[in-house]
Design a protein around this ligand. Structure first.
Ligand code: PBG
Length: 323
């Protein structure tokens, strides 16, 4: 035998020398669920280890993450039912605690990178990402709402905005509104290929944001489609997106790979709540080993071509690396 691939697997140091993919904590983003109030740390039952946090608890969590070199966060608001309305107006209200929490995190910890969520669903009495008129999502009437929300978030101090709504033309509407308001440095991480997935369940539990009627299939993509992701990628790039995102991640590694090959923009992958919950559940049952399986899962998303991974495991991974 002239060729023996096992020679390069002989020792830890040789294996490390030829390792093709590495995952650095700086490439991870940790999602935080926020609620109004004080002293609240309320566990999401379908996503153990993740909590709805009031401002004081969120600041404490951020501080603990920074000690692990984890400084990138994506924030989501859990809004009281009585503040929701058809046009999601609370999303750009000065009193919105979500905007205040972002501002105070940036003031206390200026080195963090904060990513927002731009979509109507947490604020919408219909539980949809777009404006519902007579039972239908009105794409074009949703755009100015998203633009208002985006400007308020930029003003609050978010570094990067994350439109997760899948309306047509929203990246451009948001980019233009930001530029007009003087926020030309605020970035856009567009949810480019966001699928109508069954894996968002624990997230909707956390925010109580499930649609009141119907589903999201008229705006989120059909899980069967891959070429369509290229249409979305070209549009988002042309409309001024700074990052393209694929969501979910694990069940869509082929789409991550495709966008990585197709675009020069950084590719983000959202390892969503249901994908994380599955692994947590199997580990709690003793069927899988968390400290071995979790890094393998994250590395596989990286290997598929993601530059940035949004994952509920970010903090545990950072703690593992630190040890
Ligand atoms: C809302 C939004 C969702 C997620 C991120 N932003 C849910 C949805 O589209 O219904 C899901 C994230 C997760 O499951 O972790 N626009």
């Amino acid at each position: 035998m002239l060729i023996r691939p096992r020679r390069n697997r002989r020792s830890e140091s040789i294996r490390s020398m030829v390792q093709e993919t590495r995952l650095d904590v700086s490439q991870l983003v940790y999602p935080l669920f926020l609620v109004d109030g004080k002293g609240i740390k309320n566990e999401v039952s379908s996503l153990p280890g993740n909590y709805r946090l009031s401002m004081d608890e969120a600041l404490r969590t951020v501080e603990e993450c920074l000690k692990l070199n984890l400084g990138n966060f994506i924030l989501f608001p859990s809004i009281a039912e009585e503040l929701k309305d058809k046009r999601a107006t609370y999303s750009w209200n000065d009193e919105n605690f979500y905007l205040k929490v972002a501002g105070s995190i940036k003031r206390e910890f200026p080195d963090t990178t904060l990513i927002s969520d731009v979509a109507m669903d947490p604020y919408s009495s219909d539980g949809h990402d777009g404006y519902v008129i007579e039972g239908k999502i009105d794409n074009d009437k949703t755009l100015p709402i998203l633009a208002n929300m985006a400007v308020a978030q930029a003003q609050a101090g978010f570094d990067i905005l994350g439109p997760s709504d899948m309306m047509d033309g929203r990246v451009r509407a948001i980019r233009e509104a930001l530029d007009d308001a003087g926020y030309s440095d605020t970035g856009i991480m567009s949810y480019t290929a966001k699928y109508a997935s069954a894996f968002y369940g624990p997230f909707r539990d956390a925010l109580d944001s499930a649609p009141k009627a119907g589903d999201k299939k008229t705006y989120q993509m059909n899980p069967a489609n891959k070429r369509e992701a290229l249409i979305e990628a070209d549009l988002d790039a042309a409309e001024g997106a700074d990052f393209l995102m694929v969501k979910p991640a694990l069940n869509y590694l082929d789409v991550i790979h495709l966008l990585r090959e197709h675009s020069q923009l950084p590719i983000a992958a959202y390892h969503v709540s249901g994908e994380c919950a599955m692994l947590i559940a199997a580990c709690q049952k003793g069927w899988l080993n968390y400290e071995q399986a979790m890094p393998e899962v994250l590395l596989s998303i990286k290997r598929a071509g993601a530059d940035v991974i949004i994952t509920y495991f970010a903090r545990d991974y950072a703690a593992l690396v630190k040890r």
